[in-house]
Write a protein that binds this ligand. Sequence first.
Ligand code: NIG
Ligand code: FE
Length: 402
Amino acid sequence: MTDVLVHDATELVVGPDKGSLNRIENGAVAIEDGTVVAVGPTETVRSQHPNATQCIDASGQTVLPGFVDPHTHALFAGDRSDEFVARIEGKSYNEIMDAGGGIAVTVEAIRETSDEELLANLLAQLDVMLEHGTTTAEVKSGYGLDTQTELRMLDTIQTADEQHPIDLIPTFMGAHAVPAEMETDAYVEEVVEEQLPAVAEQGVAEFCDVFCEEGVFDVEQSRRILVAGREHGLDPKIHAEEFTRIGGAQLAAELEAASADHLLSANEADANSLVEAGVVPTLLPATAFSLDEPYADAETFLDVDAPVALGSDLNPSCFVHSMGLVVSLACLRMKMQPDEAVLGATANAAAAIGQADGVGTLQEGTQADLTIFDLPSLVHIPYNAGTNRVEKVLKAGELVVD
Ligand code: NIG
Ligand code: FE
């Protein structure tokens, strides 16, 4: 028995097709038990599945695989809107950090926040993301910077995953910054010898991420943490070449990391190394937008046929929940074609977090995560920059936004 039939979509986006996206005009999706069982022209799918319990008319609308956001710091506490104002006044991210602002402020707030409040904070962010069409998201720890608080963050992410329609992929990022009370080398030692074993024992995190950046963790320290993470069963991810090009992308290639993220100052050699090593370059244009930094050079990655993924980087210095806006920025500011950008926010994003088999495309056997836009074509998604045109969201076949 077919549970849901989404039919007559003016444009139905199915999945990758040689670096572009396969789309069906007047398309339909049939869903059983939360899984896609058929995709195709409405006439064909309807004749195979004539008795759906629920029919959703998508005429005039565009149906996408639910957005996958492969890079967020969605669990935070406190308020850093003062930094937003300081940036308007001309202060850079690093100047704010040097003056005691930035990540350290969120760390202090998180350490003082109860478990219940942490959970409520994360659920509130996820509600906004879901309203904007995200159905799967990676969420990092990294505002604890001590074993107990890092474990609390990961525990909160797991609980939110159980309670919220968005599927969450937890990443351990103890190496997000050096806590104010410690020297870098001593902290790296703590991450490797104390935090990572405890995180592995807790068994929640799937990835280990490091902020490899001048003045934060250098390549050697990042390598040590990511290698130790892998020994504990966590796949490497890396914040690489965000402000300065210090070798994080080459390290990602050497370690065959799941993804290398940011890459604002990466070059063609980096792009080639990442592609050869099967690392997904994950570009975060909302960060450049929020911090008024130069954008990553998407063309360099696309030219070497890299599977470019896009993420929001939602965090207190990049208050962007909307993957639709991320797609708009990718088109307007990084000159990605709309289909390349949507591919980056769906199938390629899923690949960046090890979920390519289940989500990010609509085909027989994938999870029935659908985002339906009240827009007549895929191109209209980035074209409508900054307005939320999501009409409905289905998560595993269930209508969660209507
Ligand atoms: O990915 N680059 C480091 N971390 C975050 C920012 C976190 C914060 O400012 O709270 C990022 O942009
Ligand atoms: Fe980040």
